[in-house]
Design a protein around this ligand. Sequence first.
Ligand SMILES: [Cu+2]
Length: 264
Amino acid sequence: MNAANARIFGLDFGDLDPMVVALDGQPVEPHRLSAPLLLGPAMRADLIVDFDYPAGTRHSLRDVFYDGLEYELTTFECQGKEVRERRLPDPAPLPPNALAEPELATAERHRIIFGGGMMGMMGRTASGSDARNEQRTGSGMMMERMGGSGMMSGGMMGWTVNGVSASGHVHDPIISAARGTTLLLDMTNETAWWHPIHLHGHSFRVLSRNGQPTQYREWQDTVLMAPEERVELAFVADNPGDWMFHCHILEHQAAGMMATIQVN
Ligand SMILES: [Cu+2]
């Protein structure tokens, strides 16, 4: 569980071989990791690791998200006698939760654009990895502080959802849906920064990233968007209320990257 305010983790399990069985509390088809596990603030993952390694061996878990700032997060050491002779078979899928399946054929499609930051000055020229590091260090941290203090609230430094940099309480929903409607959100991150986008009140299926269907159509309630990334997600709006929809880096939310989705 990433309980950090702003830090994104890229978990490299080294020679351990975890199986991912759930994301954001929702079962997913069990699968191995083919890359570091990315967790933005608010994101959760359930992993199963079978420690069938010889006693005395050490296995490190590293956070490799920020280039040049990789570090050992923790170390596991196998001790004592083995509890079984051979490795367990891969875990069976967890039983699904009772979530309504989105009806894509009749879905109501909405474009969502996340914008802001210092786009004109440094935004799109930065490569992905530069943006990662600037987000953590140097100009990025300075920008976070300035954005958080409201010094640059004149627009350039704010963060936006569909062009609006929200402040205070958000009463005008960007979407107002009749209960039971399938909403398909076609979202683009038009900034040079990563954003974990979180919706209250619902879980959604992540359908595609940059036009490529996702392998597991995972249920999540927070989706981490890379700079310039486009993500399609869908859910049945079946929980009445005014629901926050925001970046879970709370400085970004406070500087405008938040909105309301209303379900009637
Ligand atoms: Cu953000």
